[in-house]
Structures are given as C-alpha cells and as structure tokens.
Design a protein around this ligand. Structure first.
Ligand SMILES: Nc1nc2c(ncn2[C@@H]2O[C@H](COP(=O)(O)OP(=O)(O)OP(=O)(O)O)[C@@H](O)[C@H]2O)c(=O)[nH]1
Ligand SMILES: [Mg+2]
Length: 407
C-alpha cells in the first residue's frame, strides 16, 4: 500500500533531476532530449505527525524514520522518458512507455517554467516558449493513451453494451482494469460525461463520436491519474513571471514552484560536508569557509537569495505532500496486530503507516493489508478507543486499527 507517483513531462524538463533529489538515486541527467529511455524508479517520502507521541510509545518504523514524532512515509516514484506532442501517433518515444505508469495513483508534470525549451525539449531563447502550452498538450497525450486502450476492440465492446446489455460502468471498469481505475472514478466520470453531453446515448456506444470518446477518456483520466504541476527551473531569470501567471490560471493548489537543480547542488555540498543544510527550514550554514572557492560560494549565495529567501525552500519537498494529501486526499492509518501493545506479530511498535483514500472502510483497509483479511473479515478494533468497528465503518486520519479475521 505504498502510493506510486509518476513523473511526466517533455524531454529535459528535469524529471530525472527531481527523482534523484527526492529519492537519492543517481540516474543519468543531461541537457539533451531523451536522456531517459528506460524508466528510473526510487522511493521518496512525505511526513506526518506520528501517533507515537500521542500514545507515549517509541515507534519502530519498518521503513524510513520517525524523529521527534515526525514520521516519514514512503512514496514510490517512477520517472519515464519525455513525452512530446503527437506521442500517440508515434512522435518522439511514442506513448507506449506510459504503460509503466499504469498503476500510478497520481502524476507530477515537471514543466520548464522558465520557457527555455520548446515542446520537444530543445533549447530556445529563454522566456520565448509559453509553458502553459505544455500543460494542454501533455494532458491530451495522456488522454490519448487512455483512448488507445479503450478503442482497442471498440466494436466488440460497444456490441456487448448494446446487445448483451453489459452495463457501461462494468465495460469501462474491465477495459481500464490495468490502469488502476476504480468503479467510483468511472461513475463520477460518466456523470460528468452525461452532464456535458446531455444528448449522449450512454447505452449505445456505437453512436459515440471520437470526440465523445476523447471527452470520456479525459474525465476518467482526471479522476484516476490526477496531475500536479512541478514548476521547475524557478532559478532561471525568466521563470517567476511565468510561474505567477500559471498560478493565477490554474490555482495555487495545483502548482508548486521549485528548482530541482538547486536542491541537487545543496545536497552535494552537504554531502561533501561543506554546508549544513536543513531543507525543511530552508537553512544553509557554511561549515568551513576555507573549503570553498569563490565560485562555489557565489552559487550558494545565489540559491539562498534568489530561491530560498523568495520561496522559502527549493520547493522540491512540497510536491509530494501536495500530490498525496491535497490532491489524492490520502489519510494515514496505522495497522497493528495487538491493539493494546500497538505492535505487529513480532512485537514491533507501530511498524507501518498506510496512506489510503479518505472514506476507506475497515473492510477495504483489511484488503490493503492482505486480500485474505478482507475476504475473511470479522470486525476491526480501534486501538484508541478499544472499540469494535464494523466492515462499513469509515476510517479517520491517524486511526490505529487491528483487523480480526476468520483465518
Ligand atoms: N536551471 C535548472 N536546470 C535544471 C533544473 N532541473 C534540471 N535541470 C537541468 O535540465 C537538464 C535536463 O534535466 P533531466 O533531469 O535530465 O531532464 P528529464 O526531464 O529527465 O529529461 P529526459 O530524460 O530527456 O526526458 C539537465 O541539464 C539538468 O541539469 C532546475 O531546476 N534548474
Ligand atoms: Mg530523464
């Protein structure tokens, strides 16, 4: 139950640089398009106030750490090849590689907010390309990926709905089963599809135009793979104006300003013990002034005055919380095997935190731990109150839950 987040964007936008700083990986980055061909993966994290403080226990996380009650929760990341307009027609690397994102819960669209690359990721006069374009065509390309999947065997699918009376929801659910699309997401998409398109004959897909199918795919994509914009390369002179304009247009909740490169530089200096760097407080302390040449010192001073003092940090650590907590609206739940000791079967205290969608029921949560627990679910116990809870009870953020099952 570790969320998976995909990094997408045109070539050279900075996807791999972002992965490297978030997951401490060392994948190749370079200033020419299509540096990445095979996907790179890594594990980043979001933090939460751990319940260990409230319960007065010392937790023993199975993965990552909990320091002073601030607990890190792992997030899987996948960085793929760059997309270009017309990818669904085979341009660039095409869109087949998007299959690697099939099980992603959300996407981060890494944009060159400085407008220094055209839509193919080739360098242009800084500030001359409008990054807003990228948002439109890239989202369309992702939609085309959904559409390609839906249109495979379309006649047969449409016939099943019309002649065999297979409900449209079921047909779509089956078709998109590989893309981690839920029934609720399809129902929501269909409701909006009908609202925008009142004359559509839902039970007669053969009458739908390609435009209708595209719209439906766009809606399913919006619900099942929500996108957050990483406004990268904020360090460049032409970036700020674009960022302010896009923020106004898209809303603050959808876009995060950042410089993956600045973060990467600071991490390197910290590793060389030249600076003490506290990324969350945006604090840089020079450790040994003699170790620096003037050029290095200038770089750090620029990062400090032009990025950290303006935006509070390099921004990279704001993107995963935005995706996980604001957009996906996931809540942390702690599974335990012993509700009074708060341990697993091996006596580890609060070993795991799961991030699950809000409104997850006790039984659904059991399924996230193990499918057998869901199947043989009897009841759950809320460790905070020691009360039994039934299968349909919706869990709340920070619940500590024991599942009681028949096996
Ligand atoms: N100025 C600046 N340059 C950056 C930033 N992030 C990445 N870059 C540079 O942009 C270039 C491309 O970065 P990559 O991380 O390889 O980009 P990518 O999106 O993975 O590119 P492909 O793998 O080709 O699709 C490299 O030269 C990076 O150093 C940033 O925040 N600011
Ligand atoms: Mg790359």
């Amino acid at each position: 139950m570790t969320p998976l987040i995909g990094l997408v964007g045109k070539p050279s936008a900075g996807k791999t640089t972002l992965l490297n700083v978030l997951a401490h990986t060392n994948a190749k980055t370079a200033d020419y398009p299509f540096t990445t061909i095979k996907p790179n993966v890594g594990v980043g994290f979001v933090t939460t106030q751990c319940v260990c403080t409230e319960f007065g226990v010392k937790c023993e996380p199975r993965t990552l750490t909990c320091v002073n009650g601030i607990r890190q929760i792992p997030i899987r990341l996948i960085d793929v090849a760059g997309l270009v307009p017309g990818a669904h027609l085979g341009k660039g690397m095409g869109n087949q590689f998007l299959t690697d994102l099939a099980t992603a819960d959300a996407l981060i669209h890494v944009v060159d907010i400085s407008g220094s690359l055209n839509e193919k990721g080739e360098a242009v006069e800084p500030g001359t390309y409008d990054p807003l374009n990228d948002i439109t065509w890239l989202e369309d390309e992702i939609t085309y990926w959904f559409m390609d999947i839906l249109k495979r065997g379309w006649d047969r699918l449409a016939r099943r709905v019309q002649s065999e009376k297979v409900p449209i929801v079921e047909m779509l659910l089956e078709r998109f089963s590989g893309l981690k699309v839920t029934k609720v997401q399809i129902q929501r998409a269909l409701a909006r599809f009908r609202d925008t398109n009142p004359d559509i004959q839902l039970e007669h897909p053969k009458t739908w135009t390609d435009e209708d199918i595209f719209l439906l795919c766009r809606l399913i994509r919006e619900y099942s793979k929500p996108i957050v914009i990483a406004a990268n390369k904020i360090d460049r002179p032409t970036a700020k104006e674009n960022y302010e304009r896009l923020k106004k247009k898209l809303g603050d909740e959808k876009i995060v300003p950042m410089s993956a490169l600045a973060e990467s530089v600071l991490q390197q200096f910290a590793q060389q013990k030249k600076i003490d760097y506290s990324p969350f407080e945006g604090k840089i302390v020079f450790k040994n002034e003699n170790k620096f040449d003037t050029k290095e010192k200038k770089i750090i001073e620029r990062i400090k005055s032009e990025i950290i003092d303006v935006y509070g940090s390099t921004g990279v650590y704001n993107i995963l919380p935005k995706a996980v907590f604001d957009v996906l609206e996931y809540i942390p739940i702690y599974p335990v095997a012993d509700a009074s000791k708060l341990t697993d079967n091996e006596g580890r205290v609060l070993p795991d935190v799961f991030l699950v969608p809000k409104n997850t029921t006790a039984r659904e949560f059991a399924g996230y731990i193990h499918k057998d627990l869901e199947k043989n679910f009897i009841h759950a116990i809320n460790a905070r109150t020691n009360r039994r809870i039934g299968e349909n009870h919706e869990l709340k953020a920070n619940d500590v839950i024991k599942i009681v099952s028949a096996v």
